[in-house]
Design a protein around this ligand. Structure first.
Ligand code: MG
Length: 476
């Protein structure tokens, strides 16, 4: 065989591989994807979710132009685990991520997992991650090693530094990272929201000619709160309100950048939070509105968050979606819209395209959603209108002195709930236990939980789970 024939044969073999392949020339352009993720922003912190003292005109406008989800969940009410679900479409315990990774952690996202960045980069997207990552801080775990062309931000939470109010000596100086290189330590956090927003807007301007994915994961309003000089003192709700209003203003900046680049309506624009408010911080915490408890619990205030989706090519302006959905659904949604095949390993998310499109008969994407916490305890589940809690202790600030000015109060960690059933349509605040009144519903939901326990485990019942995949690990 001549070298030319061999070359043609190899080219043909490559061309025959179904994926990954960017869309053909002339094919309709798949949407850009912009995900703005807030940190510890509560269900009641936005105007369009009932906030009265915090003004969020840009997010309210986004909701008027798109869909506002009333029953949207994170997979776990804590930073790393929640992000693991967003980035991979998996329950975090499926891929070995639990809780919040500390600066001492030798764990991170495993190279076998497919991130949102990897998913769409194979379809020719430009990809960027700005702000907080929190899926492993060692270089091999950073976004530029997991599908992102660019990363500028911090590797974990903004309180993991020597200024931590309770553990001042526990953490090294906070690194600010460009790519996988630390470019600064202990950056002035007052720049965070505006600088990460500006980088996202610049990425829009410099990549408008091809599809792109931007994940803008604000470190705020996770404590310590910080706001730029221009944003300070503007809100009627103190420093916390200033921080939210600056995030909201950033949504306006990003929307303007998309509009000026002529791609606003070609963009799936998502705003969501990683978990509910960190209530121990009192006046530096957000509000879960009518919902019970907050971050670090599997009550609605911990796991139900605001979610707004704007994409006029698919989503009718001003609609409200009440189906229970979860951040892990964004991964297969983006896969469907970008034309990317789902990864070979099992994921848990379901595409939200039928719901977003308003398909007649589009029901809940999941028969049930499940909430694990701590290392791997199944704490609660939601199916339709019903939420079933499994017996456990939990933390609460009820009866405790709230934190003030950046210093936390202390939780009562011994509160108890037994097997309890709530009707979230009639009682979103989870105040009336209906387990005794509806034993049939309890039995039905318990039966639905069993296969999930067998698959992903439950420490409370000493079930390991047969389908869990370990996280990545470094030996240092
Ligand atoms: Mg958080």
């Amino acid at each position: 065989m001549s070298p030319r024939a061999l070359c043609l044969l190899l080219l043909a073999a490559c061309a025959a591989r179904p994926d990954p392949e960017p869309p053909a020339a002339g094919a309709p352009r798949p949407p850009n994807v912009v995900i703005v993720l807030a940190d510890d922003l509560g269900y009641g912190d936005l105007g369009c979710y009932g906030a009265e003292r915090i003004r969020t005109p840009n997010l309210d406008r986004l909701a008027r132009e798109g869909a506002r989800f009333t029953d949207f969940y994170v997979a776990q009410a804590v930073c790393s685990a929640s992000r693991a679900a967003l980035h991979t479409g998996c329950y975090p315990n499926r891929i070995g991520i639990a809780g919040a990774l500390m600066p001492t952690a030798n764990l991170g996202i495993h190279e076998r997992e497919t991130t949102l960045g990897e998913l769409v980069r194979a379809r020719g997207y430009a990809t960027a991650m700005f702000g907080k990552w929190h899926l492993g801080h060692h270089p091999e775990f950073l976004p530029t090693h997991h599908g992102y062309d660019e990363f500028f931000g911090i590797p974990y939470s903004n309180d993991m530094h020597p200024g931590h109010p309770e553990q001042p000596k526990a953490h090294p100086p906070l690194p600010l990272i460009e790519g996988d290189r630390t470019v600064e330590v202990e950056p002035d956090q007052r720049r965070f929201t505006t600088e990460f927003t500006a980088r996202a807007a610049e990425f829009v301007r410099s990549h408008a000619e091809r599809p792109f994915l931007i994940v803008l994961a604000h470190p705020m309003p996770h404590v310590p709160l910080a706001v730029s000089a221009a944003g300070a003192g503007r809100s009627a709700a103190g420093l916390y309100g200033d921080v939210i209003e600056e995030i909201d203003a950033g949504v306006g900046v990003l929307r303007d950048a998309l509009a000026e680049a002529g791609v606003l309506d070609d963009t799936l624009f998502v705003f969501v939070s990683d978990n509910g408010p960190w209530l121990a911080y009192g006046d530096h915490a957000g509000s879960s509105g009518p919902l019970r408890e907050g971050k670090g619990t599997s009550f609605e205030g911990g796991v139900r968050v605001p979610c707004i989706v704007r994409y006029p090519r698919l989503v009718r302006a001003g609609c409200t979606i009440a189906n229970p959905c979860m951040t892990l659904d964004l991964f297969p949604t983006v896969a469907e819209l970008s034309g990317a095949p789902l990864p070979p390993l099992a994921i848990d998310g379901r595409s939200l395209v039928p719901i977003l499109r308003g398909d007649p008969g589009a029901g809940d994407p999941h028969e049930a959603l499940f909430f694990w916490y701590h290392a791997n305890s199944l704490e609660a589940m939601r199916a339709g209108r019903w939420k079933l809690h499994f017996p456990r202790t939990y933390r609460t600030m009820h009866g405790r002195a709230p934190g003030r000015a950046g210093r936390p109060g202390s939780y009562d960690t011994g509160a108890r709930i037994g097997l309890a059933l709530f009707d979230l349509v009639a009682d979103p605040g989870e105040t009336r236990d209906l387990a005794a009144a509806h034993p049939d519903v309890v039995t039905r939901l318990q039966a639905m939980a069993e296969p999930m326990r067998a698959e992903l485990g439950d420490d409370a019942q000493k079930v390991a789970g047969r389908a869990r995949r370990p996280a990545g690990r470094v030996q240092r």
